[in-house]
Design a protein around this ligand. Structure first.
Ligand SMILES: [Zn+2]
Length: 261
């Protein structure tokens, strides 16, 4: 298997036993080049098994349980809504912009950023006018696309492409996922969840950032949120907002081992 980010060789890394109906043992492989780790078992799985596994694990991703899995979930969500609304206030984002929370789940974040941020979820859309349909997701039509806890579920280049293809030539992306310097070779690492398929490193993100034509990057520690700009003028307006670390390349903030205390 070749790395879908840098083309490097993927070598056996670790295995983890989940003992689920749709996932017994999961094999992980790691890229020699950029350190990206993918769950080879999930990548090789027929689509219907992947969907069955997602249904099997669905309960764990409901927000009532999300608090047990991640105690920081609600404060972080509020921090994300605050910084996003702040972007609108400072003209980094226009209130009339076409903006979507892709993989919005039950839509809590977008509901805290009403009315400008719309929602999309292929699996969890509710009968709510704030949700866009798959037909609404015209390529190159969005000024802003945010994904929260989506990138770890992606299954390769075409899934990444599907998201960034939504952006206009001057569009801005926002991203909340775990990005680390090095993925730990530890089957007990908390982030090895059954439906987490792709584990991102700073090096892999730096490549993706350039590949999709982004020119400015910002990271907000409290919100655990990256912004990726194609338009340097919008990027420069961000300097008026508090709490962002800015760089011309992907902000490789997390160098420490990605463990929770
Ligand atoms: Zn690679």
């Amino acid at each position: 298997m070749k790395c879908f980010v840098c083309g490097g060789d993927m070598r056996p890394f670790i295995e983890k036993s989940f003992g689920l109906t749709n996932l017994d043992v999961c094999r992980y492989v790691r890229c020699d080049g950029c350190g990206l780790v993918v769950a080879e078992t999930l990548y090789d799985m027929p689509r219907q098994n992947w969907e069955a596994l997602n249904r099997e694990c669905h309960a764990a991703y409901q927000h009532t349980d999300a608090l047990a899995v991640d105690p920081n979930w609600l404060p972080r969500l509020k921090a994300q809504a605050n910084v996003l609304n702040d972007l609108v206030k400072h003209g980094v984002l226009d209130e009339s912009a076409r903006a979507v929370d892709y993989g919005a789940g039950d839509g809590k974040l977008a509901d805290m950023c009403r009315p400008w941020l719309k929602k999309f979820d292929a699996y969890m859309a509710r009968p709510d006018e704030g949700y866009l349909t798959a037909e609404d997701l015209t390529p190159a039509s969005f000024d802003f696309v945010i994904t929260c806890s989506v990138f770890e579920h992606l299954l390769g280049a075409s899934d990444v492409e599907k998201i960034f293809a939504l952006l206009k030539a001057d569009g801005t992306a926002a991203l909340h996922t775990l990005v680390c310097e090095e993925v730990p070779a530890d089957p007990n690492w908390f982030y090895l969840q059954p439906v987490h398929a792709t584990f991102w490193t700073n090096a892999a993100m730096k490549i993706i950032f350039r590949q999709y034509g982004f020119k400015g990057c910002a990271y907000h520690v409290d919100a655990r949120l990256w912004l990726m700009f194609r338009d340097t003028e919008k990027f420069s307006r961000l300097k008026a907002c508090d709490g962002w670390i800015l760089a011309d390349a992907f902000v490789d903030y997390w160098k420490v081992k990605p463990y929770r205390k």
